[in-house]
Design a protein around this ligand. Sequence first.
Ligand code: SF4
Length: 347
Amino acid sequence: MRWDHLAENPATARDAALFGAEAVTTRTFDTPEFQGMTFHEIRARSIVNRVPGASRMPFEWTVNPYRGCTHACVYCFARRTHSYLDLDTGHDFDSQIVVKVNAPELLRRQLASPRWRGEHIAMGTNVDCYQRAEGRYRLMPGIIAALRDHANPFSILTKGTLILRDLDLIRQAAEVTEVGISVSVGFTDQELWRTVEPGTPAPERRLDIVRAFADHGIDCGVLMAPVLPFLSDHPDRLRDTVRAIAASGATSVTPLVLHLRPGAREWYMAWLERHHPHLVRRYERLYTEGAYAPKWYQRQVTRQVHELAEEFGMGPRRAGLPRRLAPPEPAPAEQAPDTAPTQLTLL
Ligand code: SF4
């Protein structure tokens, strides 16, 4: 690993207060892409987390090698988790990134434990595991290799094109266990993307991820999230987005309307005030009940997206549903004379 860093400091008193004995060091880098960011390296004590029972999530176990996200989506629902670290949920969330540098070795150890029952592990569900920091820290190859070696089912949700670096590893894992890949693309509008998801790859580049996985025989769904009320929910915009998703070869599209929990709500509303002040009152009315838009609105968006998906010929399978690749057929020389040509097929 090449560390052309601007500064490396032993854990500061503040880090020690934030992370206790887990704190290792803080780093800043002098390359433009990491300008203004600080990475707090820690050695975590545990890496497989259980989702609280009351959660609406369809999975029970997660792995998150990072906290905070340089993709800096204004609406990010994970912002609140930075407040547990005594960091702010706005700019600090985008620029003060916690890196669990021992994540791969810790995961390998936990997967080998006799107590672990080989359950599905979801990644990218809190913050993006393929955010820009991953280009430096390269934690995901070790994580995926550990899951592959233990044939442990997993899924990844991301906006990061960096996942393509690990495509071959993911393909190896999909030969021995169930793997679900989903890409998040809420809209394709360029202007909206630049202002509300400033640190992410462009939506079209994210759809290239879907194309690449499809080309390698691995299904990839799209989580169409978030649909932003009054900004990306016009029927023409929904149509543009679903058309682009369908053209990428996605196996499914799952729409999700913006929700605004504390932490994200203040940051998003301040952004709205700056960029679309005429919408502030409409948002206050739509989200008057709390974090979620009214059910009728969510149903309306979902119905429109499903109708468009059908129009553009997309299948009904849910995004990110784990699938398993059949092992490669033997090379032609090893095949019985009447077997099919070598091709990866999905179970
Ligand atoms: S990519 Fe995901 S985790 Fe990262 S800021 Fe955006 S919404 Fe949050």
